[in-house]
Write a protein of this length. Structure first.
Ligand code: ATP
Length: 637
């Protein structure tokens, strides 16, 4: 690697080091001038005599700043790469991310940001220019922002503006890059598409650079072929990423970071004051501090806030990990799995891979946290999963588990073998009720702002919630959702609210009652029945084959989507596939939820009886009818 060295006589000259002997160095991040000839190049450096060039200012800045930080060596891309050598350029592009990773300091020199204040009372004058800076819009600067351990920003006068941590929120707002990525979380924790999106609207001089500038972010190395075009460059990049994907995909069929953010967003955001109580419980504290207690089971009824508690716990654990991580640059780059041959995974493969990761020597000093929400919603192989959890909850594994579920005896019996450290939400009813009250105050104040309630209405609504929530978050969330309906007038809000009975099951009965009043309630009922019975989420195309569509609706996909929208308290549509909004709604329809037989009976009386055998028979016979339109005996003659 070539580096610039500032000598004792204040001259700057080029040096070259073998990879294993590279001394500590600073690295510059900047944007190239539109007139490339203004930059101080490799040729300028080797030929000499070009120090008067405009571009030399940034070299001088970097030398001075490095020297202030006690660094003799530094690297600047304008003059440390001999671009006339295609081999050297190739090596540089494939190594650049690592060079930024390994640098002791990364200085971002912003020639368009000035700290010269026309008026000392304007504070801070540079911020606006900083936020609009072209440095945030260029392609290569993305990896420079993410790769380096420390990124420090400087004005054109060389004045320090802040670093990636202190300016984190501004950088996040301008670039859309999650704070986690700016704080040093492992990049493999972010999904492929998400990482691609960070580069989306950035400008590059060469089209191919759109793909090439992502090599480091995906930890891949492939030959650069300028002239191949953007599409081909991306195709090759994706092929390389996908090489690892069969294995990674089996370990991570969805991206858990993305899932967590999606869940929090869909549920209206995570409220710290409604989960922080759990961090103070003896059960959590014991799990956290003791090596003998490697498994914590959080159990509770539907809608008691288990998912959100886990989201909060993850945030909390992450906070304590990040301060450790930022000092370890290796964590910027995801550790490579050593997989020489890989075959598509079965659950046994999955278990094998996971077990070997958990045994990884590297974990001897660092614990790994694995967190599973809603074990009771695990449809296949629940027993194997419980087996894996119990087997790995003791030495020599350095893993710590937190799992959540309802109070199922099947789960209880298995987990009891390794832990008695159970956190029951019912036994902590007081803390949960307080947390729900906090949630109510928050939701009602939000709703009041949105709907412009007067004080009297607001207080009356708040009181109704406080008296009827019964410590169930989900009840509050669902009733708030109903009150937020734009069609509901303020003068009618309280009266409507009083038609929502206390208790989750009563609420579901009311929702069914509402659906019953619709013109196409029969179709809604059939769709709900089939969706609750089938093993996997069903697509729109499939459901039209199974339920009887009224005349006029058969060829109207939008109409069907609208009908599903009418069942919105129970169902949701994603990518033309119908899902239950939440498990408790499905359980209710199947008559499975606890203590709801009376309510289920009421639903039954409303004509929403769900006889599973009957629904199965309908699915079977309708499916046969559909295939019979195409298939016949001895079809190939
Ligand atoms: N800390 C919190 N911050 C914000 N919202 C919360 C919080 N806790 C609960 N909620 C709200 O309550 C709803 C129910 O909570 P959550 O989904 O966590 O319950 P659960 O016990 O996991 O339910 P289920 O057993 O049905 O899966 C959420 O959709 C969310 O709207």
């Amino acid at each position: 690697m070539r580096l610039l060295e500032r000598t004792n006589t204040d001259t700057i000259h080029l040096t070259k080091f073998p990879i294993k002997d590279i001394p500590p160095y600073a690295i510059l991040s900047h944007t190239w001038s539109d007139k490339e000839e203004e930059e101080f190049s490799f040729k300028d450096l080797t030929d000499g005599g070009a120090d008067s060039k405009h571009g030399f200012n940034k070299i001088r800045f970097c030398a001075d700043q490095a020297s202030r930080d006690g660094l003799r060596f530094f690297w600047v891309d304008t003059c440390c790469i001999d671009k006339s050598s295609s081999a050297e350029l190739q090596e540089a592009i494939n190594s650049m991310f690592k060079w930024y990773c390994d640098a002791a300091k990364c200085y971002v020199y912003l020639v368009y940001v000035s700290t010269h204040k026309p008026n000392v009372n304007v504070n801070p004058t540079w911020k606006q220019a900083f936020l609009q800076c072209r440095w945030f819009k260029r392609g290569w600067t993305l990896q420079e922002l993410i790769a380096s351990k420390t990124v420090e920003f400087f004005s054109k006068e060389g004045e320090y503006l802040g670093d990636r941590q202190t300016l984190g929120n501004d950088i996040h707002n301008v670039t859309g890059i999650p704070l986690g990525a700016l704080q040093g979380y492992t990049l493999s924790g972010f999904g492929n598409e998400e990482r691609m999106s960070w580069a989306k609207n950035r400008k590059k001089t060469h089209k191919e650079d759109k793909a090439y500038s992502l090599f480091g972010i995906f930890d891949v190395q492939i030959p650069i072929l300028y002239g191949e075009g953007e599409d081909k460059a991306f195709r090759r990049l994706r092929e390389e990423i996908n090489k690892y994907d069969p294995c990674l995909a089996d370990l991570r069929s969805t991206d858990p970071w993305h899932d967590k953010r999606r869940i929090e967003h869909a549920k209206g955001g995570l409220l710290k004051d409604s989960y922080s109580w759990v961090l103070e419980t003896p059960e959590f504290q014991q799990w956290r501090s003791s090596n003998d207690n490697r498994l914590l089971w959080i159990k509770g009824d539907p809608g008691k806030g288990k998912t959100m508690l886990l989201c909060g716990i993850i945030d909390e654990l992450q906070k304590s990990l990040v301060s450790g991580l930022t000092h370890q640059q290796c964590h910027r780059r995801p550790p490579r799995l050593n997989i020489t041959s890989y075959h598509p995974a079965t659950s046994t493969h999955f278990t094998q891979i996971l077990t070997s990761i958990l045994q990884d020597a590297d974990l001897e000093t660092k614990p790994m946290y694995l967190i599973i929400d809603a074990l009771d919603e695990c449809i296949t192989d629940l027993l194997q999963l419980l087996e894996l959890i119990t087997q790995t909850s003791s030495a020599p594994f350095r893993v710590k588990w937190i799992v959540s579920s309802r109070k199922w005896t099947q789960i209880e019996e298995k987990l009891a073998i390794v832990t008695q450290n159970n956190l029951s939400l019912e036994l902590n009813a007081k803390s949960v009720a307080n947390a729900v009250d906090v949630y109510i105050y928050y939701k009602i104040s939000q709703l009041s702002i949105k709907k412009k309630y007067n004080d009297k209405t607001k207080m009356a609504i708040q009181d109704y919630f406080l008296s009827n929530a019964n410590g169930t978050f989900l009840w509050v969330a669902l009733v708030c959702q109903a009150l937020a309906d734009p069609g509901l007038r303020n003068w009618n809000a309280l009266r409507t609210l009083q038609t929502f009975p206390a208790g989750l099951d009563s609420l579901y009965v009311r929702m069914i009652q509402e659906i019953k009043g619709y013109e196409h309630s029969g179709l809604c009922r059939d769709i709900l029945a089939v969706t609750a019975t089938v093993r996997r989420p069903i697509s729109l195309e499939e459901i039209t084959s199974i339920v009887e569509m009224p005349d006029g609706l058969c060829d109207e996909p939008e109409a069907l989507e609208e009908i599903i929208g009418l069942c919105g308290s129970f169902l949701t549509l994603q990518d033309k596939t119908i899902y239950f909004v939440r498990q408790s709604a499905k359980d209710f329809l199947l008559g499975r939820a606890s203590n709801n037989s009376r309510h289920f009976q009421e639903a039954f009386n409303w004509g929403f009886h769900l006889d599973k055998e009957e629904v199965n028979y309908t699915i079977y016979s309708r499916s046969l009818e559909v295939v019979s339109t195409v298939l016949r005996r001895d079809i190939y003659g």
